[in-house]
Design a protein around this ligand. Structure first.
Ligand SMILES: [Zn+2]
Length: 426
């Protein structure tokens, strides 16, 4: 066994140091100098913790590395220009049927929790031989970038870890889903109406789309099933580390230490809210380590296997699509460079041209089509913009693309490619 706890504690301290030494953007009100922890910042907060002490110390709010600000922060490239096609085409009379579950849903909690600690394990695993695979994503929709690590997997208990809500999508103004596209089976995220980039409504809509995507896939992919929603709980943040934070709609940096939890017999989901375009090294660590610490209490399976960075990133290789979102870079960097002491390896999504490719997995063609296809084919938003969005990703995340998402075999054609290469560390 590796001394991962001590190692992570040291890293957390390093993260705090880095945050305290940074002299980043003036708009970030906390942790911009050595006095930040004692300057009485209005954004300082008391962490939720089970530890006791005579005086409660104030914790620094976490801020990302200022160098990440230099990276572009656009939404995922859908592969088409940001304009809706001119309307008019024959109207199809029958919508494709939605996915229906043949898998029993985990016990529902009549009244989901709204704080405190999560309950102890609420159900038995589908098999005691499963081992945990963590799928770590920066935003709702990134999970499909590593779906080849999920699809048809009957050996792992899949734990989806979502680190932010993706609330800075430009499509939270509703521009990615015209009424016409709704008619073509693109689903409007809840709640409606759209309230715009950076709003609480945007946060909820992206989370709703993520839940819907996973629920729909879980209804037809028996490897993950549909976990039950337990509610919202408080994160137990180490006193030695900076407090996870995000920037709210007023521009103020606020603590963000609650998470949503779903638990099932084959998979679970943890949804943090560490701030879109605001994710730090420390927050990735805090999120992953919190889930690992909670697993023995809330999950039906405690034995771990491996960890996957489901965060497409490419800033150097052709012809694969370039994508340099800073949150993706941070997730990649943490899982690539820091040894979490897992029994199995740490994986990260990359592109075929990366010399570090250690494994190339594929989403089975039929499953890929169930997620990405349109009717009629081909999956070509430019030449075939009015097709029905039959695939789960097209249906649930279509509102995040001007028309719908390009599907392709390789990352040269689509970030959501069927063939998915990975680097491997540790
Ligand atoms: Zn993303």
């Amino acid at each position: 066994m590796k001394a991962s706890r001590a190692f992570v504690a040291a890293l957390l301290a390093m993260g705090l140091l880095a945050a305290a030494c940074s002299n980043g953007d003036d708009a970030a009100p906390a942790a911009t100098g050595e006095g930040a922890t004692t300057a009485g910042s209005p954004t300082s907060a008391t962490p939720t913790t089970t530890e006791t002490s005579d005086s409660t110390p104030e914790q620094t709010l976490d801020v990302p590395d200022p160098s990440l600000d230099e990276l572009p922060t656009d939404d995922l490239p859908s592969g088409v220009p940001g304009e809706s096609p001119d309307a008019e085409i024959a109207v199809t009379t029958s919508l494709p049927p939605g996915s229906t579950s043949s898998v029993p849903v985990a016990p529902e909690f009549v009244t989901p929790a709204t704080g405190g600690d999560p309950p102890t394990a609420v159900l038995a695993p589908v098999s005691p031989d499963l081992k945990i695979r963590y799928i770590v994503s920066p935003h709702p929709d990134d999970e499909f970038e590593a779906w080849s690590m999920v699809a048809g997997d009957t050996t792992h208990y899949i734990v989806f870890i979502l680190l932010t809500r993706g609330e800075y999508s430009q499509y939270c103004d509703g521009s990615g889903i015209s009424e016409l596209q709704g008619d073509r089976a693109e689903r409007f995220p809840e709640p409606q109406p759209f309230t715009g980039q950076g709003t609480e409504g945007c946060s909820q809509q992206r989370l709703d789309a993520w839940r819907q995507f996973l629920d729909t896939r879980g209804g037809v992919e028996s490897a993950i099933g549909r976990p039950g929603f337990l509610g919202q709980f408080d994160l137990d943040v180490p006193l030695s580390g900076a407090l996870p934070s995000r920037v709210d709609v007023t521009g103020e940096r606020v603590p963000s230490t609650q998470y949503l939890l779903w638990v099932g017999d084959k998979s679970a989901r943890f949804a943090f809210d560490f701030g879109d375009r605001d994710l730090s090294i420390n927050e990735v660590l805090v999120g992953v380590e919190a889930v690992r610490a909670l697993r023995t209490r809330v999950l039906p399976i405690a034995e771990e296997d491996d960890l996957v960075a489901s965060a497409y990133f490419n800033d150097e290789f052709d012809p694969s699509i370039r994508y340099e979102h800073p949150d993706h870079k941070v997730v990649q960097a943490v899982i690539r460079d820091l040894d979490f002491g897992m029994p199995g390896p740490q994986w990260g999504r990359t592109v075929p041209e990366d010399p570090e490719v250690a494994a190339t997995l594929e989403v089975p063609p039929a499953l890929y089509c169930a997620v990405m296809c349109v009717e009629p084919e081909p999956i070509d938003p430019l030449a075939n913009p009015f097709a029905f969005r039959t695939g789960t990703l097209q249906e649930t995340y279509g509102w995040l693309a001007p028309t719908y998402w390009v599907g392709a075999e390789l990352p040269s054609g689509s970030i959501f490619s069927r063939v998915q290469p990975y680097w491997r560390r540790f």
